[in-house]
Design a protein around this ligand. Structure first.
Ligand code: GDP
Ligand code: IMO
Ligand code: MG
Length: 421
């Protein structure tokens, strides 16, 4: 069976930390979508490591790690990541596999991302500018280059053909930067390195491992509210971040999916533009950002902060069929009281518990339930019984509202700061 772990909010829920922990009982960790827009933070022997393209199972020495076909790879970022991790993980290359069908991010994809964002002005998505949107556009537009293409003798011709197309597109954006020219040589150097990776026919590779009884965990990137179909469109990323993305992003049949772990913070964050109904643009929001060190792992941008949004969360749980709920960053709320969570929205004078279609333009005000805070540090708690009663009441409310059981509570950044229920 293949289990899934994914973010239920707008990303940065703590997926990296939890995958690193869960990887102890899996044979293979596989990324199925997204690309270097992701930033998954792990603490290994107290040292902070941020992974962008490489799956978060690399620090469990028995684990194989696959970058699946649904991922878009920037060879330059991947090379830099490999160089950074090898000293910590000398056998990395033996345990890293890449699907030949994963698409490549070209220097001109990054240039197009930047040009498109700047042309949007105030309506910009707040993209990480890693070239994600343009690379997925070329994939669905049937123009893309794939990892397998780098092994072809006419790779350079294919590259030039696509580059010319991009240059034509870039001409529509007056003043578009030409920095991409400086990114070309590092790109080719990195492609050269990629040829030595274990490039596999990943769907067959996974099938063989599944038949051999191996345990596989699919690691999501971004979060459900950034899903291209179900997120707060158009302020989303360009891939399917929900459980359905695993089947197409790895080439596994739905019947092989087992548990679906869904991760949420005890509150909400969002980085980049777009609707965020429970956002706190006040001192409480500032205090959450400070307590949670809410700054992007990929771009360093401050994350917008707000109360937990149970309307959005229930939607995400429904879309992916979450079987196990994981709550992270609970310790961040130690000093907050009261604590609020949105249980409905008022949209144009009507109250709803469903995600509205028009979330971007219609005025939405959250309807809150209020809870007493626990007002004591919970990062030292080692089991559920030690947790304060008020915290347990908050958890029980969340479980009942979502009709999902909490399996893990994370109460700190450390690998061992995780309460298994
Ligand atoms: P990801 O993209 O979902 O992997 O999450 P990020 O790594 O972008 O952001 C999560 C941040 O929260 C990281 O800095 C983690 O070290 C940190 N983190 C994860 N779990 C906890 C927790 O339970 N408590 C605290 N205080 N920090 C946490
Ligand atoms: P992880 O895996 C948080 C956001 C960007 C922007 C929007 C589109 O670390 O949770 P893109 O670069 O994909 O075109 O940006 O999506 N975004 C993320 N926000 N965590 C992420 O990944 C994100 N990846 C993209 O900020 O709003
Ligand atoms: Mg992140």
């Amino acid at each position: 069976m293949i289990d899934i772990l994914l973010g239920l909010q707008w990303g940065d829920e703590g997926k990296g930390k939890i995958v690193d922990f869960l990887a102890g009982k899996y044979d293979i960790i596989a990324r199925f979508q997204g690309g270097p827009n992701a930033g998954h933070t792990l603490y290994i022997d107290g040292k902070k490591v941020v992974l962008h393209t490489i799956p978060s199972g690399v620090f469990q020495s028995h684990c194989l790690n696959l970058i699946g076909n649904g991922v878009v790879i920037d060879p330059v970022t991947l090379k830099a990541e490999i160089d950074k991790i090898i000293p910590l993980c000398p056998d990395l290359l033996k345990r890293l596999f890449v699907s030949q069908k994963a698409h490549l991010i070209l220097p001109t994809h990054r240039a197009l991302d930047a040009a498109s964002e700047s042309a949007k002005g105030v309506d910009k998505i707040g993209s990480t500018l890693k070239g994600i949107g343009p690379a997925y556009m070329d994939k669905t537009g049937r123009n893309g280059l794939r990892v397998g293409d780098i092994l072809s003798p006419n790779f350079i011709d294919k590259y030039n053909k696509l580059k010319q197309k991009h240059l034509q597109m870039l001409r529509q954006y007056p003043g578009a930067a030409t920095e991409w020219e400086q990114w070309e040589q590092p790109f080719f150097d990195a492609v050269e390195r990629m040829r030595f990776l274990q490039i596999v026919n990943a769907e067959y590779w996974l099938d063989e491992h599944l038949k051999a009884g191996k345990k596989i965990l699919a690691e999501g990137a971004q979060g459900s509210m950034l899903d291209i179909d179900f997120g707060t469109y158009p302020f989303v990323t360009s891939s399917n971040t929900i459980a359905a993305g695993v089947c197409s992003g790895l080439g596994v049949a739905p019947a092989r999916i087992g548990e679906v772990y869904g991760i949420t913070k005890a509150y909400c964050t969002r980085v980049g533009s777009g609707p965020f109904p429970t956002e706190l643009e006040d001192a409480t929001g500032e205090a959450l950002r400070a307590a949670g060190h809410e700054f992007g792992a990929t771009t360093g941008r401050p994350r917008r902060c707000g109360w937990l949004d149970l309307v959005a969360l229930r939607y995400a749980v429904m879309l992916s069929g979450v079987t196990k709920l994981i709550i992270t960053k609970t310790d961040v709320m130690d000093s907050f009281s009261p604590i609020k969570a949105a249980t409905a929205y008022t949209v144009n004078g009507e109250t709803t518990t469903q995600m509205p279609f028009d979330i971007c333009d219609a005025p939405i005000s959250p309807v809150y339930s209020t809870f007493d805070g626990w007002e004591k540090p919970i990062s030292e708690c080692n089991n559920y019984d030690e947790l304060p009663q008020t915290f347990k009441e908050y958890c029980t409310f969340i479980e009942q509202y979502l009709n999902a059981k909490i399996s893990h509570i994370s109460n700190g950044t450390g690998r061992d700061q995780l309460i298994v229920i």
